[in-house]
Structures are given as structure tokens and as C-alpha cells.
Design a protein around this ligand. Structure first.
Ligand SMILES: [Zn+2]
Length: 313
């Protein structure tokens, strides 16, 4: 009888210990380096943010969204990465997009810590290339209202500058996109005041080795940057894909953040075809960190092939 009581007591204590939650801490600063030709590409994680895949994806059946997510052991909302990419060439330090900074509350704003952890200071950045002017790409430009990258020239497609820096266009977008205007204006203002913003139009070399390719749809001036070093190419495709599990399986699926959903799908399919045909490295803003990988064709759709982790690139 005494032995049974002891056994019961033991079971109760073990059960209580199992029921208590272990405190799971956060990750360390997110940076990941890749050698590409003569360049070093460093993915920088600004944060992760819940993407309401089932509510926001369009041109696709909601049950298909759920089943594709389930097959990847995911469910909506999916934690989406907010990635930016730092490219060190022999003579420049170029940042592609800047993350959300303070504009996504506690979900973003970790890029400066990741940058320092990777061994760089904000003042080392010579150029910022923006794929478009949405809040989670421009927000990281400023800290406390001043330039975080005081020595950088910010390069923007003129079509995006004309659209998002003009409040008269607010009537042309759905409610979900309204905060993008103030986000773009506030984040760029100190750079405009300092004369640090330049715009470009059409397909052009923004810097040696950095080729801008207009890919409209997600925004009017959404732009890819094809970076070439030696025989290698990396396509920084911005917001071509938001939820990779779904949109690679079905590239017709767009998202309510796309200004023109049909045109965004056309650009998306062009990027995927080019990536497969030419074997480009892809640098993706919202594919799971580090957002570096390749694209493989599979049946009617595509698959993401993540970079193979290398400790000493
Ligand atoms: Zn966007």
C-alpha cells in the first residue's frame, strides 16, 4: 500500500514537471554569408511577421492554400521572414532593401543588430537599392527619424517614387495599402533632404554589376536586381513571392498586397522561368531566412531549393 502511494506521488510530480512550460528563447542575430563570384552576399534578417496566407492570397482556392501549407507542416498565419541582402563588391557595400525597421512594431527592426553581428557598421553602406517602397522594405532606412545609413545613396525606380511619394495616389489603392504612403514618405524624407536619393527608369545598370529589371505588378515600379560577379548571377526579386509554399506550387496565386494582382502573377512566372532556365541564385525578401536558394521546376509548379549551409563560405 505504501509502495503504491509512493508510485502515485511520483507519477503526480512527473506529470506536473511535464506540464510546466519550458521557456523557449529567441534566435540570435540573423545573418548568413554566401560567396558569389568575387562578391560576398550577406542575408540579414530584420524579423519575422505573421502572414495571413488563407485570408490574403487571391486567385487560389482557400482549401488549396490550407492543404499546400499542411503538406509543408505549416498553417496560416505563416511566420514570414523579412530579409534584406548586403552585397560587398571589391569597391562598394550595397544593401538591397532595409527591412521594416520600426514600422512593424516588435516584428521588425533587428537588421542593425544583424548588420553589426556580421561585422559591418551602417555608415559603411555606400548604396541602398530598393526593390519597391513598401513599409517592410523602406522602414529600416531611418532610426529615430534620422538616416541610419548616412553615407548611402538610395536608388529607387522612378515609377515607385512617383506613386508612393504622392499622396494624391491614396485614392487608387485598397485600404490595406494605405499605410505604405506615409511609410515611404517618412522613411525617405531625411535622405531626400540630404540629396541622397536618385531615381532610375526602365531596365538599366544602377551600379556596375547591379542590373535593375522592372517587374511591375506588386507595385507600379517593383524592381528586380540582377547581380553579376564573374560567371555567377543572383536575382534579388523583392516581393515576387510572399508565401513560397503556396505561390511556387501555384504561381497564379497573388496576394492582396499586390497593387495589380494579374500583372504580379505575370512577373512572378517570368522570374521563376528565368531562375530555372539560367540557374540564378535567388535572394527573396519573404522566403524563410536566409531567403537564398534556387528554383526547381516540379510538375505544374516550382520548388524552392534552399542554400546548403556552409560555415566557411
Ligand atoms: Zn511589398
Amino acid at each position: 500500500m505504501k509502495r503504491l502511494a509512493l508510485l502515485l506521488a511520483l507519477l503526480v510530480t512527473t506529470g506536473a514537471a511535464l506540464a510546466a512550460d519550458v521557456r523557449v528563447g529567441p534566435q540570435g542575430p540573423g545573418f548568413y554569408r554566401l560567396r558569389m563570384g568575387a562578391d560576398e552576399v550577406t542575408a540579414l534578417l530584420d524579423g519575422t511577421h505573421p502572414f495571413l496566407a488563407d485570408e490574403l492570397l487571391t486567385h487560389i482556392d482557400r482549401t488549396k492554400v490550407d492543404s499546400l501549407l499542411k503538406a509543408d507542416y505549416l498553417a496560416s498565419p505563416v511566420q514570414g521572414s523579412i530579409n534584406a541582402f548586403l552585397v560587398k563588391t571589391p569597391d562598394r557595400l550595397v544593401l538591397i532593401d532595409t527591412g521594416a525597421g520600426p514600422l512593424y512594431a516588435g516584428d521588425g527592426g533587428f537588421l542593425p543588430t544583424a548588420l553589426l553581428a556580421a561585422g559591418y557598421r551602417p555608415e559603411d553602406v555606400t548604396d541602398v537599392l530598393l526593390t519597391h517602397l513598401h513599409r517592410d522594405h523602406v522602414g529600416g532606412l531611418i532610426r529615430n527619424g534620422t538616416m541610419l545609413f548616412p553615407n548611402a545613396i538610395v536608388h529607387i525606380n522612378k515609377a515607385d517614387a512617383d506613386f508612393w511619394l504622392n499622396a494624391a495616389n491614396e485614392s487608387k489603392v485598397p485600404k490595406i495599402l494605405l499605410p505604405m504612403f506615409s511609410g515611404a514618405m517618412d522613411s525617405l524624407a531625411p535622405y531626400q533632404k540630404a540629396g541622397h536619393v536618385v531615381t532610375f527608369a526602365g531596365e538599366t545598370d544602377v551600379l556596375p554589376g547591379f542590373h535593375a529589371i522592372p517587374a511591375p505588378g506588386h507595385t507600379p515600379g517593383h524592381t528586380w536586381y540582377l547581380i553579376t560577379s564573374g560567371h555567377e548571377h543572383l536575382l534579388a526579386w523583392g516581393d515576387t513571392v510572399h508565401v513560397a509554399t503556396v505561390q511556387l506550387a501555384d504561381p497564379n496565386a497573388s496576394i492582396r498586397y499586390d497593387y495589380d494582382e494579374e500583372q504580379a502573377a505575370v512577373s512572378r512566372k517570368r522570374a521563376l522561368e528565368d531562375a530555372v532556365a539560367k540557374g540564378y541564385w535567388i535572394a527573396a525578401a519573404h522566403v524563410s531566412f536566409p531567403g537564398l536558394g534556387h528554383i526547381r521546376r516540379t510538375g505544374a509548379g516550382y520548388q524552392w531549393v534552399p542554400v546548403n549551409y556552409t560555415r566557411t563560405p
